[in-house]
Design a binder for this molecule. Structure first.
Ligand code: GYE
Length: 324
């Protein structure tokens, strides 16, 4: 008797899933003129985040979205709650930049359970727990390990001193760009014996915290002559702290970073910063394109990779007008 029930359940499941489908498939998306789209932003405390949110609002107009955008104000718990409320409001599709790798996994799982296809944008989640093509459709974003590696390579080629004493300002603890920008840079720089990382501490991707952490680390390591910040906002904060302490960024301290904000390009033009590897916040058009392709049944790779440029004194002035 028990066996018959099991068989019946299996047969019913096979019918629901249809030919070729498996339990691992992500929810389908209908082809429609207009979509109700959720964009659950994590915070709005820096130009990068503001540019990204604006890019989604612009895409909403050109792509025919009814956009529901929220701001979790730096709280992963609020970001999960924001996704809950979007699910309740009947979104067709979710774009989620997960603030941290693990705490946002419940939001990804709930969206899938509610039949809503999810695209992770700009940051990813822990791949041991949630996978592209199964729990979410794809991750749209940069190769953060490569960004860190390219910063290290620029430093190896351009640093002129005998000994590079490095302070590293890390991004938000537990976030994919902080984890990967650290490993990409640290692994590459370890291959050159001129360099030593004497301190590595989080500045939460924020200018103010970058400045404060730099102030403290300067007292413990007054001989620092390189600062690697995981984003431009912290680099600018570090420049402020260094100048306040009488140091000369660009002369006695080399500042290297990632993003490509207007302030960073200006700092490069002013000779205070050496390099910033691009990490573009303009995800709206890509989100529109990938979503439409998914709806039409096209197979989307698990990682839709964004290619990044590199900004130095050679080209910063050419790009500052388009910067944010
Ligand atoms: O570098 C930073 C932002 O997740 C790629 O987050 C993004 C990073 C970006 O706050 O400035």
């Amino acid at each position: 008797m028990k066996r018959r029930v099991l068989l019946t359940t299996a047969a019913a499941m096979a019918m629901c899933l249809g030919a070729g489908a498996t339990l691992a498939d992500t929810p389908p998306l209908a082809v429609k003129d207009s979509y109700r789209v959720g964009f659950a932003q994590m915070e709005s405390n820096n130009p990068w985040r503001i540019a990204e949110t604006k890019s989604f609002h612009d895409a909403a107009e050109s792509c025919g979205w009814e956009l529901i955008a929220t701001d979790a104000a730096g709280s992963a718990a609020k970001q999960v709650a924001d996704v809950d409320s979007m699910i309740a409001q009947g979104i067709d599709v979710l774009f989620l930049p997960p603030r941290e790798e693990k705490p946002l996994i419940p939001a990804v799982m709930k969206a899938k359970a509610a039949g809503i296809p999810t695209f992770l944008v700009d940051r990813s989640v822990d791949s041991n727990v949630a996978q592209a093509g199964e729990h979410y459709v794809a991750f749209l974003g940069s190769d953060f390990v490569d960004q860190g590696r390219r910063v290290a390579e620029w430093l190896i080629e351009n640093f002129e001193g005998d000994k590079g004493i490095i302070v590293e300002l890390e991004g938000t603890t537990g976030s994919s760009p902080a984890n990967d920008r650290r490993s990409g840079f640290d692994d590459r720089i370890a291959e050159d014996s001129r360099f030593e990382i004497v301190a590595s501490q989080t500045g939460d991707f924020a200018r103010d915290m970058g400045r404060q952490v730099m102030e403290t680390l300067l007292q413990a390591h007054p001989d620092v002559n390189v600062v690697y910040a995981h984003n431009d906002e912290m680099a600018i904060g570090a420049i402020q702290a260094l100048e306040l302490a009488g140091r000369k960024p660009g002369e006695d301290v080399t500042i290297v970073s990632i993003d490509g904000t207007r302030d960073a390009l200006q700092a490069i033009i002013d000779g205070k910063m050496g390099v910033t590897v691009e990490s573009s916040p303009f995800f709206g058009p890509l989100a529109c394109d990938v979503m439409k392709r998914y709806a039409s049944g096209e197979e989307i790779p698990g990682w839709v990779k964004v290619e990044d440029r590199i900004f130095t004194i050679d080209n910063a002035a050419d790009h500052i007008d388009e910067a944010y």
